[in-house]
Design a binder for this molecule. Structure first.
Ligand code: NDP
Length: 281
């Protein structure tokens, strides 16, 4: 069974989640249902993934068909850069709720800070109000640097519960993770496997996989859990979904964790997604 972390606002967050980009349409619907069947209880979507309708429908249908309590699932989405005005951020959250057809969204994040626009502090105030209104249970951010985090905390007095950032063995975000720990923010890892450039062949990964009799992907996902980060692997294939979730039956040693972390490199980002310069609207 999946283990849980407690967020700084009390929400219990599964230690691993299901990433839904770029799953859409029937493929997206089927993938979310099979992920729920496999045991995922945290589902990550975003307005800009264009899949909130089918993700929400898959969750609703699955809850109904299995008789599972709504409270068992943590549904997460992200508001886009074009919604960074205070009112627009609140509207975006309410629109996501309507599109997903749910009673509430468990976690709403700001997708990217878009610093050249300079309105992420306003957007954050909008999310604070969405939480007060019960549209969102928890609120957080994605792709925020330590400076962006300090700016919204200073401005609003409210610390995000989560920062979802690029994190995999080629880009380990050591300083940012330390800042999250200091502030009481949970780190979620996007592209946790490293997507197309996953380090499946790297010796520290292969050796740990052999020692623990698991797959390289399972070693990498377990590495996130040892770091205290919540990985959000995506797979459209039920057998890989199950494989990726099956990481609670073994532990990596501190030496194994350190050897995998040593794969990090300065240019390890997958597509140059530096939050200070990369913008998404
Ligand atoms: P991942 O690291 O999850 O890699 C996904 C790729 O790995 C797919 O091609 C998948 O193929 C393949 N794969 C999955 N499991 C296995 C396995 N066990 N063995 C071999 N290959 C495997 O990267 P993503 O970029 O998809 O990121 C995951 C999630 O993170 C996204 O879905 C999204 O929710 C989130 N994200 C958030 C961002 C943000 O800005 N906040 C940015 C990017 C992603 P297949 O489907 O064929 O199995």
């Amino acid at each position: 069974m999946t283990e849980h972390l407690i967020l700084n606002d009390g929400l219990s967050l599964p230690e691993i989640g299901f990433g839904t980009y770029p799953l859409r349409g029937d493929e997206g619907y089927r993938a979310v249902r099979s992920a729920l069947d496999a045991g995922y209880r945290l589902i990550d979507s975003a307005v800009n993934y264009g899949n909130e309708e089918e993700v929400g429908r898959a969750i609703r249908d699955w809850l109904k068909d299995t008789g599972t309590d709504r409270d068992e699932i943590v549904v997460q989405t992200k508001i886009p850069g074009r919604a960074h005005e205070f009112e627009a951020a609140k509207r975006a959250g309410r629109e996501s709720l309507a599109t997903m057809g749910l009673d509430r969204i468990d976690v709403v994040l700001i997708h990217w800070p878009n610093p050249s626009v300079g309105k992420y502090k306003e957007a954050w105030r909008g999310l604070v109000e969405l939480r007060e209104q019960g549209v969102a249970r928890s609120i957080g951010v994605s792709n925020f640097t330590a400076e962006h985090l300090a700016a919204i905390i200073d401005d609003s007095g409210v610390t995000p519960a989560i920062n979802q950032v690029e994190l995999h063995p080629y880009f380990i975000q050591e300083e940012l993770r330390a800042e999250h720990e200091r502030l009481g923010i949970v780190t979620e890892s996007w592209s946790p496997l490293g997507k197309a450039s996953a380090p499946y062949e790297q010796p520290p990964v292969v050796e740990a996989a052999t020692r623990h009799n698991v797959t390289p992907a399972q070693v990498i996902l377990r590495w996130h859990i040892e770091l205290g980060a919540v990985p959000l692997p995506k797979s459209g294939r039920p057998e890989r979904q199950a494989e990726n979730l099956d990481v609670f039956g073994f532990e990596l040693t501190p030496d194994e964790v350190e050897a995998i972390s040593a794969l990090t490199r300065a240019d390890g980002r997958l597509f140059g997604g530096d939050p200070n310069t990369h913008e998404e609207m």
